[in-house]
Each structure stands twice: as structure tokens, then as C-alpha cells.
Ligand binder design. Structure first.
Ligand SMILES: *[C@@H]1O[C@H](CO)[C@@H](O)[C@H](O)[C@H]1NC(C)=O
Ligand SMILES: *[C@@H]1O[C@H](CO)[C@@H](O)[C@H](O)[C@H]1NC(C)=O
Ligand SMILES: *[C@@H]1O[C@H](CO)[C@@H](O)[C@H](O)[C@H]1NC(C)=O
Ligand SMILES: *[C@@H]1O[C@H](CO)[C@@H](O)[C@H](O)[C@H]1NC(C)=O
Ligand SMILES: *[C@@H]1O[C@H](CO)[C@@H](O)[C@H](O)[C@H]1NC(C)=O
Ligand SMILES: *[C@@H]1O[C@H](CO)[C@@H](O)[C@H](O)[C@H]1NC(C)=O
Ligand SMILES: *[C@@H]1O[C@H](CO)[C@@H](O)[C@H](O)[C@H]1NC(C)=O
Length: 309
């Protein structure tokens, strides 16, 4: 990595807990090897189907008095309960802090089988590399999942979000990477946004596949001037106005301005035909069906009851 210390230090200071875990080589601004994403191949296969259109119905609500930190190496299994903050409320005007989030993910953590309740001011913040599996947001306020830290790589598999007036996935990391697979988004502003005016800016990278996206403004916003890349493939999209908007980002916190929309060969890397991006017609194509499903899936997805009994 070739960050100058003046850029890296302020960020590391805010994520000093990252120091306890050996940083895996990321796909950083220099485009080095992709070790973290490679590691994921060794994880056991998911035990839930995706994408799946039905929103799970929580049977129980857990109310946290404060943010729950998921520790490095910890797998937080929410057992499909709904999680909220005791004072949780949505204020879209205010930018939430880590302390407002329901969960903070420390580097090397996993969160799975969780439903984030309505109107939490902030859903989940990832402060380092993390896995987000089968996580559902009932009603997104500002952002559902925000990536922070240095070169943070997130892998989202399955799950879904509804009513995200603003954004679902936000990347505020420095040089991070998002990989979103099999997610269902229903009613949203922006599916994925690379921070347009963070104080520290570097190329960010998103790959989005096998998602179903219904009724939104756009799938992505990227800043080509920082070298951002977004790839979209095998996606089913309907009633979404734009695929990818491109804006000139800045690091002085002014409002970025849009310079174009649509695919190109360097930054917005998708092609409707080549990448099999189709109009969603109500039928999920290429659904992942787990070989070893959780025995309780049918309790939350009645349509799966006979398949998992
Ligand atoms: C962005 O991620 C994709 C998928 O992992 C990878 O092929 C590509 O090389 C990455 N781009 C850069 C500039 O690192
Ligand atoms: C949350 O705070 C309430 C009221 O102060 C207290 O009764 C409760 O035990 C706390 N719950 C947890 C999980 O700490
Ligand atoms: C969607 O979010 C808006 C703004 O937060 C809220 O007013 C509305 O009730 C939500 N709608 C649904 C269907 O949850
Ligand atoms: C993204 O995640 C999916 C699901 O885990 C995986 O199959 C795919 O190889 C990943 N893509 C990249 C570019 O890392
Ligand atoms: C589509 O999204 C808009 C907000 O952009 C919302 O008002 C409307 O209710 C949504 N339509 C459906 C069918 O959910
Ligand atoms: C998309 O890919 C198809 C098939 O490979 C090709 O014919 C077409 O020109 C491409 N479209 C754009 C806009 O690049
Ligand atoms: C949607 O499209 C798929 C694939 O083309 C097709 O098999 C299916 O019958 C269609 N469903 C509806 C409801 O039109």
C-alpha cells in the first residue's frame, strides 16, 4: 500500500480496533492482490436461499440500549429476530454516527440472519472487512449498510431492504470494495453509492450480481475522477430510472456534480446484453438453493416450509 501517512493516519485513528487483527491484503488503490475475497471461498456454503422475494417476518424483537459491536472473528447469528435501538428513530436530515448504528462490525466479523427494524437512524456500520449474510432491513432510514475504514472489503450475500428513501449500500471507506450477491431491494433511492465528498478519497470498487431491484432511482453512483469501478451482472431490475450515475467527487465536502449516466469501458462496467441484466417480471432467475438449509427457514418463509421440513 502506498498511502501517505497524512492520509492514512486520521482514518486509522478512528478505527484503531482494527489493529488487533492482522490486516489482510486488500484490493487497495494500487490494485494489489485480492486476498480477502479469495479467503471467502473457504467459508462454508450459505444455508439460506437467495435472492428470495418474500420478506421474513420476525417473531421477536431485541432492543439494544447501545450499539452492538460484533467482534473480530465473531459470528453474530441473529436467528431472524428483529433488532432495534431503544431510542431508535429516523432523522434523514442528520448524518448518523457509528454510535447511532444498531450494529458496528469490527474487522473480520460476520453478521447473519438478522432483521433490522423500521426507522433506526443507522442500520449497520462496518469498520473493517466483514460478511453480511441474510440480513434484512424493514425500512431503511439514511443508509442500510455503511462501509468505513481503510480498504474495507464487504461481502453481502442474500437479504433485502425495503423503503430506502435515500441509499442502501454506502461506501465511505478509503479504497474499499463491496461485493453484493443475491440481494433484494424494493423501493430505494440509490442501491450503491461511493462517497462523493468524503474527506479522504480513493478508488472504490463494487460488484453486484444476482440481485433483484424494484422501484428505485438508480443502481449506483460512482466518482470516475477517483477511479471508482462498478460491475453489475445477472441482475433483474424493474422500475429503476438509471443504472449508474457518474459524478465528480471531491474531498472538501461540497456537493458533487453529475457528469453522466450509463455504461462505459472503465468505470461503469456493465452491458445489459453481455451481463444478462434483464427486466424483472416477478420470477427470480438463478436462485441459489442451499444444499443444507437451516431447519428453521420455513418458520420465516412459509413458502419454504415444505422444502425444509
Ligand atoms: C475491482 O473488483 C473486480 C472484482 O473483484 C476486479 O476484477 C477488479 O480488478 C477490481 N478493480 C481494481 C481497479 O482493483
Ligand atoms: C437497557 O436499559 C434498561 C433501562 O435502563 C434496563 O432495564 C435494561 O436492563 C437494559 N438492557 C440491557 C440489555 O442492558
Ligand atoms: C417509507 O419511509 C418514509 C420516510 O421515512 C416513511 O414516511 C414511510 O412511512 C415509509 N413507508 C413504508 C411503507 O414503510
Ligand atoms: C462475490 O461474492 C460471490 C458470493 O460469495 C462470489 O461467488 C464471487 O466470486 C465474489 N466476486 C468477487 C469479484 O469477489
Ligand atoms: C415506489 O417508490 C416510491 C418512492 O420513490 C414510493 O412512493 C412508491 O410507493 C413505490 N411504489 C411501490 C409500488 O412500492
Ligand atoms: C453490449 O454487448 C453486446 C453483446 O456483446 C454488444 O453487441 C453491444 O454493442 C454492447 N453494448 C454496448 C453499449 O457496449
Ligand atoms: C418471466 O420470465 C421468465 C424467463 O423469461 C419466464 O420463464 C417466466 O414465465 C416469466 N414470468 C412471468 C410471470 O411472466
Amino acid at each position: 500500500m502506498k498511502f501517505s501517512t497524512s492520509i492514512a493516519l486520521p482514518l486509522l485513528a478512528s478505527t484503531c480496533s482494527a489493529a488487533v487483527v492482522k490486516r489482510q491484503n486488500g484490493d487497495g488503490p494500487q490494485g494489489s492482490t485480492d486476498a480477502t475475497q479469495g479467503d471467502l471461498g473457504a467459508r462454508p456454503p450459505p444455508r439460506f436461499p437467495f435472492p428470495i422475494l418474500e420478506f421474513p417476518i420476525a417473531k421477536e424483537t431485541v432492543v439494544f440500549n447501545e450499539t452492538r459491536y460484533v467482534q473480530p472473528g465473531e459470528v453474530f447469528d441473529g436467528q431472524m429476530k428483529r433488532y432495534e435501538r431503544v431510542e431508535g428513530s429516523c432523522n434523514e436530515q442528520a448524518e448518523g454516527t457509528d454510535a447511532d448504528a444498531v450494529f458496528n462490525l469490527l474487522p473480520g466479523s460476520t453478521i447473519r440472519n438478522v432483521i433490522i427494524g423500521k426507522h433506526q437512524s443507522e442500520g449497520i456500520h462496518a469498520l473493517g472487512d466483514a460478511w453480511v449474510e441474510n440480513v434484512w432491513w424493514e425500512d431503511v432510514c439514511e443508509d442500510a449498510l455503511t462501509s468505513k475504514g481503510l480498504n474495507t472489503q464487504l461481502r453481502v450475500i442474500g437479504g433485502g431492504a425495503r423503503n430506502a428513501t435515500d441509499k442502501i449500500f454506502q461506501d465511505n471507506s478509503l479504497g474499499g470494495k463491496y461485493n453484493i450477491t443475491g440481494f433484494v431491494a424494493d423501493t430505494f433511492g440509490t442501491f450503491y453509492q461511493s462517497c462523493g465528498n468524503c474527506l479522504n478519497q480513493a478508488k472504490r470498487n463494487a460488484t453486484i450480481q444476482n440481485v433483484v431491484a424494484i422501484n428505485g432511482t438508480r443502481m449506483g453512483i460512482i466518482s470516475p475522477n477517483y477511479g471508482d469501478e462498478i460491475r453489475i451482472k445477472d441482475a433483474q431490475v424493474v422500475d429503476v430510472k438509471f443504472m449508474v450515475d457518474k459524478e465528480i467527487g471531491n474531498n472538501v465536502q461540497t456537493v458533487p456534480y453529475t457528469v453522466g449516466t450509463g455504461p462505459d469501458e472503465k468505470y461503469a462496467l456493465y452491458n445489459l446484453t453481455r451481463d444478462r441484466i434483464t427486466t424483472f417480471n416477478g420470477t427470480v432467475l438463478k436462485q441459489y438453493v442451499p444444499a443444507n438449509p437451516y431447519p428453521w427457514l420455513g418458520e420465516f418463509w412459509p413458502s419454504l416450509a415444505n422444502k425444509t421440513a
